[in-house]
Design a binder for this molecule. Structure first.
Ligand SMILES: Nc1ncnc2c1ncn2[C@@H]1O[C@H](COP(=O)(O)OP(=O)(O)O)[C@@H](O)[C@H]1O
Ligand SMILES: CCCC(=O)OP(=O)(O)O
Length: 356
């Protein structure tokens, strides 16, 4: 049986598309969106028609016949009430998104776009491994402020996809392994996978600073900054996500440029790289006791991991915990398509989303 799956991954600066025929990718396209193009949209959900039009144009240009599709799958957004795995992009999910119950992120458009493109074709629309998939243990949820409880929030889609790849190398099932994953992309998050479940994580707002995110900031100084009258709430969020990290110090979120700057004698760039390595290693160490140090492996993944220099410096500091596996880049499009394929052919049951 042959299935054609369209995968849609809306990111903050692009919408990625891929068409899969069973396990084989037959088309892939990244549609970049400039800050200027997105500026007129007050809310992320307002970008829906703009992105949909670009997607349909790109598919038309590539002669993709929508009638041949078997399903459409979008990146899962930030909805509450999610577990890992696949969901039907149903009406309850649309209502949750439209009512603003999901934390703002471009990935929230995934379900809406998938459903809208699938509906006229009479084919299923799914999302897979949403960012907010939450299977955390109770012990991991407490903070010292009763008003704030920790919720799971990480790069679930890529983390579970690379874990499955590494499981093949170890000739084991992902569901039988204990894995610590550090996703080191434009944003950084880390997670602990205990026999197929993410039982704890370090979210991007608790993490090391990243190319474009501030990461953990000492809380009292952050409070002072918020109340300084210098910044609006939106500006503070942008300082944290989008304009933080390497970008805030050096004006670029491109790690390759920062590596070059450091090699050419820029002291700040060199210091930041050292601090980046140090913080990433510390975050791995912070998660080591979650499974009492009993990990099959630690996986480093994401775009930053293309840098051998960075990887070797991190490895040196964390290899005492468990073997380190390096999987550069991200596999989100493949993970979306293969997830949808498992749901279509019945290997995996798609969950029905319930409005919170
Ligand atoms: N070959 C490379 N060497 C070093 N850094 C790289 C390389 N390729 C990408 N990066 C860096 O990875 C980061 C982006 O990671 P990526 O996983 O692509 O991000 P996103 O989270 O935006 O998908 C950027 O800082 C980029 O400069
Ligand atoms: C940390 C959760 C997911 C996320 O922030 O994704 P991007 O780095 O792709 O924006």
């Amino acid at each position: 049986m042959s299935y054609k799956i369209l995968a849609i991954n809306p990111g903050s600066t692009s919408t990625k598309l891929a068409l899969y025929e069973n396990e084989a990718r037959i088309f892939e396209r990244s549609l970049p969106h400039t800050a200027k193009e997105l500026e007129p949209f007050e809310e992320i959900l307002d970008q829906f028609e703009f992105r949909k039009k670009l997607i349909l144009e790109a598919l038309r240009e590539a002669n993709v016949d929508l009638q041949e599709l078997s399903a459409v799958v979008g990146r899962g957004g930030m909805m509450p009430n999610m577990k890992a795995g696949g969901y039907v992009a149903n009406e309850a999910m649309v209502n949750t998104l439209r009512e603003g119950l999901a934390s703002p992120h471009a990935s929230n458009l995934g379900a809406l776009l998938a459903r809208d493109i699938a509906a006229p074709m009479g084919i299923p629309a799914y999302i897979y491994d949403a960012v907010t998939s939450d299977e955390m243990e109770q012990v991991a949820r407490f903070t010292g402020m009763p008003e704030v409880s920790r919720k799971s929030f990480c790069h679930v889609l890529n983390m579970r996809a690379v874990s499955r790849k590494v499981a093949v190398k170890y000739a084991k099932r992902y569901e039988d392994m204990n894995i610590l994953v550090a996703h080191l992309g434009g944003g950084i998050s880390l997670s602990v996978h205990h026999k197929g479940k993410i039982v704890d994580c370090i979210r991007d707002d608790e993490a090391p600073f990243s190319p474009e995110r501030a990461g953990t900031i000492p809380a009292l100084e952050l409070v002072d900054l918020c109340y300084s009258g210098q910044y609006t709430r939106q500006e503070m969020i942008r300082k944290f996500r989008g304009k933080g990290g390497l970008k805030a110090y050096l004006g670029t979120q491109d790690l390759r440029e920062v590596l070059d700057m450091s090699q050419n004698g820029d002291k700040l760039a060199a210091d930041l790289l050292e601090a980046e390595v140090y913080q990433i290693a510390k975050a791995v160490g912070q998660l080591a006791p979650v499974l009492s140090g009993k990990y099959d492996c630690i996986i480093l993944t994401g775009g930053m991991v293309y840098s051998e220099e960075l990887v070797e410096k991190i490895r040196e500091r964390i290899c005492f915990i468990a073997p380190v596996e390096v999987v550069p880049g991200e596999f989100e499009m493949e993970a979306l398509a293969l997830g949808a394929l498992r749901m279509i052919d019945g290997q995996e049951q798609a969950r029905e989303y319930v409005h919170p």
